[in-house]
Design a protein around this ligand. Structure first.
Ligand code: GLA
Length: 371
């Protein structure tokens, strides 16, 4: 835990779940959410750790009710949010919902400016366990990022129900410097797109932020695009490996009801998830960056190390790294490929692997003797 950061234990490891936005945008409904909840259970994703089912923007009715309360669009959510929340909870899952700090959400629905405490209580009444607060339509109000999210933090803590608080101001006000004491996770940059250049741009924004994260306060590079079709399965494997190294929240953003076996295998890879969820909560750092080759390293709770070798360009790369360059004592280490779930080498000096274009190797290093 970072110095001076209060810890409430709601997000001891990076939150995992599913969010409707990346795949479905505003085209959401009760039916979609329930089918997704069922698919999370049936596919094994829930048991792999994906617990939060988060409904993003466009669930709202276009006006508040006569008492000034936010309400759901009853055409898309005919049984209402309380009912849906109960159904989600009945499946052993948790319920997440979205609002915005400005006058309107990014999709133009009523948002929460000036109603922070009231809306947090409304969400609590619906059984919400996770609240994402976005940043659209704040400019005309001249809102200050840290002050606004401090108001939210107080509203959520005072609403009568424990909720994970997800701050989403797109990294505009260097949230890593003030958000750790206010929320459990904060977006570090603009929206991710389902493309390789966007993935690399998103990655580069994380490189200097490792020191700010830890249990109950995580950098959020954005939700996963795995399975959405814009990248290859190999690129998605790289995406997922990188998020694990970054101790990033793992919010699946695909159509879980209709995913391929390859997508399911990526999203549920147990040893990759174990790195993401490592209890030490130490975010990985980039230890080497050449033109098209990078090495990232992450310290794990059991004393072992996760190492990722990344080939960013369109040609294969031979990437090597010595134990010394990783800051490790010389000596014999077992190299384990966490995707293959197999020990693949043992070496006294270091590691060198051929990496396919846009590929990544994700391994752990351990000494012969238990740490
Ligand atoms: C912003 C957020 C996204 C999503 C949309 C919804 O762009 O960054 O994650 O919530 O709004 O409109």
């Amino acid at each position: 835990m970072g110095l001076g950061v209060p810890s409430d234990g709601l997000a001891p490891t990076p939150p995992m779940g599913w969010n409707s936005w990346n795949r479905f945008g505003p085209f959401i409904s009760e039916k979609l959410v329930l089918e997704t909840a069922d698919a999370l259970v049936e596919s094994g994703m829930r048991d792999a750790g994906y617990r939060y089912v988060v409904i993003d923007d466009a669930w709202e009715e276009s006006l508040r009710d006569e008492d000034g309360e936010l309400r759901e669009n009853r055409w898309a959510f005919p049984h209402g949010m309380r009912w849906l929340s109960d159904e989600i909870h009945r499946r052993g899952l948790r319920f997440g919902l979205y609002t915005c700090a400005g006058t309107h959400t990014c999709q133009g629905y009523p948002a929460s400016h000036g109603c922070e405490a009231r809306d947090a209580r409304r969400f609590a009444g619906w059984g919400v366990d996770f609240m994402k607060v976005d940043w659209c339509h704040t400019r005309d109000l001249g809102l200050d990022g840290p002050a606004t999210y401090a108001t939210w933090s107080e509203a959520i803590r005072g609403c009568g129900r424990p909720m994970v608080f997800s701050i989403c101001e797109w990294g505009r006000h260097r949230p890593w410097e003030w958000a750790p004491s206010l929320g459990h996770m904060w977006r570090t940059g603009p929206d991710i797109l389902d493309t390789w250049p966007s993935l690399m741009d998103t990655l580069d924004r994380q490189a200097a932020l490792a020191a700010f994260a830890g249990p109950d306060h995580w950098n959020d590079p954005d939700m996963l695009e795995v399975g959405n079709g814009g990248m290859s399965d190999d690129e998605y494997r790289t995406h997922f490996s990188l998020w694990a190294m970054l101790a990033a929240p793992l919010m699946a953003g695909n159509d879980v009801r209709a995913m391929s076996d390859a997508t399911r295998a990526i999203l549920t890879a147990p040893e990759v998830i174990a790195i993401d969820q490592d209890p030490l909560g130490r975010q990985g750092t980039r230890v080497r960056k050449d033109a098209d080759a990078e090495v990232w390293s992450r310290q794990l709770a059991d004393g072992s190390r996760a190492v990722l070798l990344l080939a960013r360009g369109s040609a294969p790369q031979r990437i090597g790294i010595t134990w010394r360059a990783l800051g490790l004592e010389p000596g014999s280490r077992i190299v384990r490929d966490v995707w293959e779930r197999a020990d693949v080498a043992r070496d006294d000096e270091g590691l060198e692997l051929e990496i396919a274009p846009h590929g990544a190797a994700l391994v752990t290093l351990r000494t012969n003797t238990p740490a």
